[in-house]
Design a protein around this ligand. Structure first.
Ligand SMILES: Nc1nc2c(ncn2[C@@H]2O[C@H](COP(=O)(O)OP(=O)(O)OP(=O)(O)O)[C@@H](O)[C@H]2O)c(=O)[nH]1
Ligand SMILES: [Mg+2]
Length: 260
């Protein structure tokens, strides 16, 4: 089965999945990945619980890269670098993301969008993993990003997304941890990519422990929001300065001309 876009071109689909000690959850995810997915790239943080063996039970064709557990963001970047698909999906391995939603995430891209972001906060989406604290944190970060960067996101700290390969090249992220989604969203806006949000339902992780540390990761997210804003501010003031200098030179040029 192959996927075609609105120009009737066949698109190769890759799914990238970071894993860190998720053996109990693999059976919830891998057997349910749709048949039209051509390539599965797993970036495993050297799991010690049999995660890789468990994956092989369900998908012998999965390409597994073993890395140091340097964070989800680092794993994601490695996976994106290895993926050979035209369209690339990123999803978690803990059963939070329903593989049945992959099709809905791909649809906007097949229609011409560059990126589709899953959103828990659109009608039709939701979460049973939102503690009041996480919900509040996400709301604060979304509001900050929207007002500082002029975006219209409803959700930010959520990592179920689909990208055109060329779009990924325009957003060169460097985050290693859970702040990666925030960095992506900001860079997408800065790069002028066409982004569509798609309702998504996030389940609580099926088994095992979270790798998220609320305060550490919240701090890293804030750091990214301000770091990228400062860059934008300096680039804009540099641009203004250059324009002023150009104007000055042009004016001088005109005077010289009329003098001769
Ligand atoms: N390769 C790799 N994968 C990681 C690392 N940290 C987390 N992951 C994976 O990234 C995905 C998201 O991590 P989670 O621990 O579920 O983080 P979360 O979804 O924010 O937290 P919960 O909602 O509590 O599950 C999961 O598939 C993890 O196995 C890492 O250092 N290396
Ligand atoms: Mg999770």
């Amino acid at each position: 089965m192959s996927v075609v876009d609105n120009k009737q071109q066949i698109k190769k689909i890759s799914v990238v999945i970071p894993t860190l000690n998720e053996s109990e959850n693999i059976k919830e995810v891998f057997p349910n990945i749709p048949k039209f997915v051509d390539e599965i790239i797993v970036v495993d943080g050297n799991s010690m619980d049999g995660t890789r063996e468990e994956i092989m039970k369900f998908r012998t064709d999965a390409k597994i890269i073993i890395e140091k557990p340097s964070g989800k963001g680092a794993a994601m970047r490695i996976g994106f670098g290895k993926a050979t698909g035209d369209l690339i999906i990123i999803m978690d391995a803990d059963g939070s993301h329903n593989p049945g939603e992959i099709q809905a995430l791909l649809e906007p891209i097949l229609d011409g969008y560059d990126v589709a972001n899953g959103s828990r906060l659109l009608p039709g989406g939701g979460s049973d993993d939102f503690t009041p604290f996480r919900r509040l944190g996400n709301k604060i970060f979304v509001t900050m990003v929207n007002s500082m960067y002029g975006s219209n996101y409803t959700d930010l700290c959520y990592g179920y997304r689909a990208f055109k390969k060329e779009a990924l090249k325009k957003i060169q992220c460097c985050s290693n941890g859970f702040e990666i989604e925030t960095e992506q969203s900001i860079l997408m806006k800065k790069a002028g990519l066409k982004v569509k949000e798609v309702p998504s339902f996030e389940s609580r992780r099926k088994n095992g422990n979270s790798n998220l540390r609320t305060f550490r990761d919240g701090y890293r997210i804030l750091n990214i929001i301000f770091r990228e804003y400062l860059k934008k501010f300096f680039i804009n003031s540099q641009k203004n300065q250059n324009e002023k200098e150009k104007k000055h030179v042009t004016n001088k040029g005109t005077i010289t001309k009329s003098d001769t």
